[in-house]
Design a protein around this ligand. Sequence first.
Ligand SMILES: [Zn+2]
Length: 275
Amino acid sequence: MLQTLGSGKPVVAFCDVKSSIYQGDFVLSTAPISSLLINPQFGKANNLQQWNDNMKAQKIDISLMPSRLMQTARQVKIANILNGSLAIVKDMYYNFNAIVPDIDNNTDLWYHACKKSYRRVTVIKSSATCKSCRTKDIDYEERYRLKIDVTAENQFLRITLFDAAQYYLGCDVKDYVQSTSKKKEEYEYYRKLVLSKGKEFSSLVKIDCNFPNVGTNMNVIATEIHKVQKKVAPDETKDKEIASARKGVCTFRAQGQIYHDLPSLVPRDNNPCYF
Ligand SMILES: [Zn+2]
């Protein structure tokens, strides 16, 4: 039912649920007394709905805005990631800024992957063996991803974007591939990719204890990536509105979906809420 409502961006309120951190991710779990309200009619929910409508009117996709994790993760340098000094704590998120020096068109945007382990497999006569699962003739799929090289302080890092490609391209990689199979110069996603050259981006990455033993080449999966906004004059109304909206609503990822933290909508310092 939630899936059919999803496109309408309903306000979903959870009551009496338990929140916890599982493998570094925020997770909500239900108990027998938990309840779920869809588009409830009370102040906070109405404010959130109104905020969503305002963002929509300004053509801002709220699902692509920086999450709370993105905003609160510790800021590090590429060197810290490369030297393995961050791999002490399990499943920690870090944030780093780097420039995209060039757009590499040579890497394939998809590969055949085992449906179970997501590991790359070689398909021979539509049959594949997964080394990770040690199983023959496994179920496989085309797994889409975008790899980009970033640089800061003379250090280079290659990052891989799976779902996070949406932040970068404005669409997922599969849609991007389909859009470029037509006449690519005309497409907004391709344009967005080209325009990212030379720009600074802030990336959110999860580093765990196994890092950097992830492979022979340093390959880091970014879970979010956002263009670093240049500082603007305080009277720029639009940016101010976005900033206040970001302050007002906390976005966090729970089991792959974006949820909004209702309690954070409570106006701070007794000021009215501006959405
Ligand atoms: Zn497998």
